[in-house]
Design a protein around this ligand. Structure first.
Ligand code: 26W
Length: 814
């Protein structure tokens, strides 16, 4: 393993570079620089320290002509870049001193750093954590994505209801980005096809849009490797501006084509796990795929000829179904444009793609209407039909006379409007399919993709998700990072997270536990300060910090969390304090703008927060802070302060979860169901250090399948009844509360009421353990010590070994 020593820059050198960048790129001086000037100049200064490494990385890659991993993802949540890049280049301390010497508060500059919010939630942040680990382990890799002008909306609350504002994240420019207009691509849409021989065809698109790339640097930690993430932005061709219309005074019409074409990368779809099926979304997907495949081929051709080596030099990981149209696109390029035989092209294609599924929810499995594909991508539809036909023929030969099997496997969903099932296309067109946690991978083969597990048993893998310890410890939690480094002697553990196991011996050390508690308390204090300015809620830094941060979705059951908060409120009001400890309840998360049921839960959480926080009787015991606009930056503030991690989805619904890992690695104990990666977290940290409650996936599925009567739980549980009644008629009534309660009592799709008692009793156990701070701290330390497995480095090792067959190519030392 190479280890790169931090660059030898002194405060004076950094100051010199900064002042130089202020002059050359901003045309100003320290005296007259605006805060934005200082931020941009500092960003360029830090960036300069990565560029040498990037160039050396590309040289090493060129020389080795290695197998490359290409990660195709419609979403990336990279988080802020400044703090990370200062730490990765070892310039954090010198930069701070340099700014101070110039009379500038480093915090003011850091606060201006942008967060590219180019994703919705777990899937997007996972992509960023994987890129970080790829670079850290010197794996030749490029991430491909879309450079949305507007990222995930900014969230604010008005009377407790979510309001969405556009996120023009790069309004003042993005200093971390390198444009590469020379690598522009042309992407066709619509038009018509002509049939040819042997499965070949010719497509004449009716519209052509340009894709212009830029890239951001993805540095590895403790190594010289710097990879890139290449993001595509749609640009209209010059001819799209109609000068004659303009001259005739028809200004709007003159730019109509430009607006239409550039719309493709205008905005991220803010829908998490709900299928929308809009034409623009499919356009985005094909735009990403067409540009990226062309770029991959361009890169391949820099060192290789012909197609024989393609599948050895290229592996393309499809991040969920969003980029799956890449499969027919590669077939189209190989067969129609390159003139390869269908079977040869198919064998290359199948050896190039691998597919990760991130969900179990049926409504999140993308399907596209056949009519829409026929209109937008007519040639791709023909290819999909041919792929399907040949595949079903093969199945028919192996299992003759089983039409039901064919119906289940077919890429085309029949009955009603014909639709293309993108997950089926993904499985058939790739050499490996993986789920994102052990339970999820098993359930995929037993339920969602069961028919395929029968015919393609060797296709299926599990690769449990992981998180970057650099982002979520080094950057987010400097206090804990320092403490661990002191104990372990140096910071090498940040590249080898299994070494956290050495903390086990510290559990019995009262001095270490005291330091641990002091770090937590300081982090809670910082969170409290932020919560006060952002929401006006004052949190007690000594109270149990009880955190639920994730997208709002019914299956995640934020409503269960709120019901328990109401229970606590009622207990405190009636003086029943036996099971009560002071708690700060923290929520963070966005709901898809059109997802009304999730928005009602959000509204309820805010209504409860308002009542609870205004009541002096409960103030010593309970505060509720719903921090608006949850994003990576906010996560970095909340997670280090957390003591309790709420992972309470209905078992069998959460594919993996990753906030569960982030929180455990920051010393929070989990209260959770046996869902997603919770199962593996509990296996590793030990059942005695995990608060387990609720139905497991099998029991939940069985209960859901039979007659289920949520009302009986309501009628038989006094505290549950009181909590729900307080929403319909009591202090927590709000516009929409009746619908929420009606849903719960009438159908309760996610078995909230069935799990309520078990959850509430488990929370009593949480309170009991919290009273014994030494015991709590022991358990927290053990959670951290035993969570090394959840590093994205391990995830990358698994992918490299089981799926990608990729090996490190370290650059030469500087
Ligand atoms: C078609 C609309 C749509 C949009 C987003 C469908 C599906 C999605 C994603 C698959 C949703 C997502 O982010 N899934 C999450 O992926 C994480 C990373 O693997 C997991 O940890 C979460 O459990 C899973 O919900």
């Amino acid at each position: 393993m190479t280890h790169v020593s931090p660059v030898c820059a002194t405060p004076t050198e950094i100051e010199f570079e900064l002042v130089g960048n202020l002059a050359r790129s901003r045309g100003t001086t320290v005296e007259s620089a605006s805060p934005q000037d200082l931020y941009q100049a500092l960003a360029l200064t830090v960036r300069d320290h990565l560029v040498d490494r990037y160039i050396r990385t590309t040289e090493a890659h060129y020389a080795a002509n290695p197998r490359f991993v290409y990660y195709l993802s419609a979403e990336y949540l990279l988080g802020r870049q400044l703090g990370q890049n200062l730490l990765y280049t070892g310039t954090a301390d010198v930069a701070r001193s340099a700014l101070e010497a110039l009379g500038v508060d480093p915090a003011d500059v850091a606060a201006l750093d942008i967060e590219p919010g180019l994703g919705n939630g777990g899937l997007g942040r996972l992509a960023a954590c994987l890129l970080d680990a790829l670079a850290t382990h010197d794996i030749p890799a490029v991430g491909y994505g879309i450079r949305y002008d507007f990222g995930i909306f900014k969230q604010a609350f008005q009377e407790g209801a979510q309001h969405e504002r556009p996120d023009d994240w790069a309004y003042y420019g993005n200093p971390w980005e390198f444009p590469a207009p020379d690598d522009q691509q042309r992407v066709g849409f619509y038009g018509s096809t002509e049939p040819g021989e042997g499965g070949r065809g010719t497509w004449t698109p009716g519209e052509v849009v340009l894709g212009e790339p830029s890239h951001m640097l993805v540095p590895g930690y403790g190594t010289g490797t710097v990879n890139i993430v290449r993001l595509w932005r749609a640009r209209a061709a010059r001819e799209s501006f109609d000068l004659s219309l303009f001259s005739a005074g028809q200004y709007g019409e003159a730019v109509e084509a430009i607006v239409r074409e550039e719309k493709i990368s205008k905005v991220l779809y803010p829908d998490d796990s709900t299928e929308l099926g809009r034409e623009l979304r499919l356009k985005q997907q094909y735009f990403l795929v067409a540009c990226s495949l062309r770029d991959i081929i361009r890169r391949y051709r820099l060192r290789n000829d012909g197609w024989d080596a393609f599948a050895d030099k290229v592996v393309i990981q499809l991040n969920d179904t969003h980029p799956v149209i890449a499969i027919p696109e590669l077939m189209r390029i190989l067969v129609d444009e390159e003139g390869l035989e269908w079977s040869k092209a198919w064998s290359i294609t199948q050896r190039v793609f691998a597919y990760t599924c991130h969900t179990l929810l049926p409504e999140a499995l993308e399907t596209w209407p056949v009519w829409l594909l026929r209109r937008l991508l007519p040639r791709h539809l023909e290819i999909i039909f041919l792929i399907n036909h040949l595949f079903l023929q093969q199945v028919e030969r192996l299992h003759p006379g089983e039409p039901e099997r064919l119906r289940l496997l077919s890429i085309i969903e029949e009955g009603g409007e014909q639709r293309v099932r993108m997950a089926h296309l993904a499985v058939i067109g790739s050499f490996a399919v993986n789920g994102v946690a052990a339970l999820h991978s098993r359930l995929l083969t037993e339920t969602t993709l069961r028919a395929f597990a029968d015919v393609l048993p060797h296709h299926f893998h599990n690769v449990t998700n992981g998180i970057s310890p650099r982002r979520f410890l080094l950057v987010a939690n400097p206090g804990l990072t320092r403490l661990v480094s002191q104990r372990l002697g140096g910071s090498e553990w940040l590249r080898d997270l299994d070494r956290l196991a050495e903390l086990e011996s510290a559990v019995g050390d009262p001095d270490f536990r005291a330091k641990w508690q002091a770090v937590k308390r300081r982090n809670r204090q910082e969170l409290a300060q932020y919560a006060l300015t952002a929401t006006g809620v004052s949190l007690d830094p000594d109270a149990l910090c009880d955190v639920m941060i994730k997208r709002f979705h019914e299956y995640k059951r934020q409503v269960l969390r709120v019901l328990h908060v109401i229970v606590l409120y009622h207990r405190i009001k009636r003086g029943d304090l036996a099971g009560v400890v002071p708690r700060s309840i923290v929520f963070g998360g966005k709901a898809a703008p059109g997802y009304h049921a999730a928005k009602r839960v959000m509204r309820l959480a805010n209504v409860v927060a308002g009542v609870v926080n205004a009541d002096p009787d409960v103030a010593p015991y309970l505060k509720v802070a719903f921090l608006p606009d949850y994003n990576v930056t906010r996560a970095e503030l909340i997670i280090p302060a957390a003591d309790l991690s709420e992972q309470i989805s209905m078992a069998g619904k959460e594919a993996s979860g990753t906030s569960n890992m982030k929180l455990a690695l920051n010393g929070a104990l989990t209260i959770g169901t046996l869902d997603g990666a919770n199962v593996e977290i509990r296996d590793r940290v030990g059942a005695e250090n995990f608060f387990l409650f609720g139905l497991d996936a099998a029991d939940a599925a069985a209960l859901r399948a039979g007659p289920y009567n949520p009302r009986s739980y309501y009628e038989q549980d006094y505290e549950l009844k009181a909590a729900i009644d307080a929403i319909t008629g009591g202090p927590f009534a709000f516009d929409g509360g009746d619908i929420l309660v009606g849903d719960l009592l009438g159908y309760d799709e996610y078995l909230t009421l069935a799990d309520f008692r078990s959850y509430t009793d488990c929370q009593d156990e949480v309170a009991r353990v919290w009273r014994d701070q030494d015991e709590w701290t022991r358990r927290a330390i053990l959670n951290v010590a035993r969570s090394g497995f959840f590093s994205s480095d391990r995830t990358i090792r698994d992918y490299c070994r089981d799926i990608w067959r990729a090996v490190p190519v370290p650059p030469k030392e500087a």
